[in-house]
Design a protein around this ligand. Structure first.
Ligand code: FE
Length: 215
């Protein structure tokens, strides 16, 4: 029946679902979970605009869907892997700026990803954690380089999920991607402007860096 069924887009696949199921599907496949971490007492955003930011465009970082695997209330920490975690160690390093290019101190950043086998830890908090940017707007996580995985019939290119927010900014939910991944051009959610700068400081490790802009 035309009135009671609508096409619903999930990762490029159009499904016909009853209207009553749309709210459930949107919640399941496209949630917008808020974060409830307290901001530090002083975020001291007194640094001047930085040339590093002004050299690039300073539009807000693009948003990408949260996906189905976010967990709130993650541990506050920078080390997200342990000795048993599958995958090549990866340092994710970055800075957070306002739209006027000032480093955002005390912004909260929450990250999660699958491991080197394409598996999310949905029971515990492996490869999940949050922290606050320092006085220069910088942060650093120790994680592993995620690989591609399949979920709900969608083959995702490797990515790291991020949620972040400054005291005076909107919540940003997005994903970071990696250069030279064959699946990038086939991934519904991939965006070139969310590619990290990827280095390989040793044969057994990666260093990924990215500058975020929050508005
Ligand atoms: Fe994912």
């Amino acid at each position: 029946m035309a009135i009671s069924r609508r096409a619903f887009l999930i990762g490029g696949a159009a499904l016909a679902v009853p209207i009553g199921g749309l709210a459930w599907l949107d919640l399941k496949f496209n949630p917008h979970t808020s974060m409830h971490y307290p901001f530090p007492a002083s975020t001291g955003n007194t640094l001047p605009p930085t040339p590093e930011c002004l050299d690039h465009d300073h539009h807000e970082t693009a948003r990408v869907t949260e996906g189905p695997f976010y967990k709130p209330d993650t541990p506050q920490r920078s080390m997200l892997r342990d000795a048993a975690t599958a995958g090549v160690p990866l340092t994710l390093r970055g800075r957070v700026f306002s739209t006027d290019c000032r480093p955002l101190a005390g912004a909260v950043i929450d990250v999660w990803s699958c491991d080197g086998n394409g598996v999310y830890d949905n029971e515990g908090y492996r490869l999940r954690g949050h922290q606050y940017t320092d006085a220069t707007g910088a942060f650093e996580f120790e994680t592993v380089k995620p690989i591609d995985y399949r979920n709900f019939g969608i083959h995702r290119t490797p990515h790291i999920h991020v949620k972040m927010q400054g005291r005076d900014t909107r919540l940003l939910t997005t994903q970071l991607f990696f250069p030279n991944e064959p699946l990038n051009e086939h991934d519904w959610f991939f965006r070139k402007d969310l590619l990290v700068n990827l280095e390989r400081p040793t044969p057994g490790s990666y260093l990924a860096s990215f500058a975020f802009v929050l508005g």
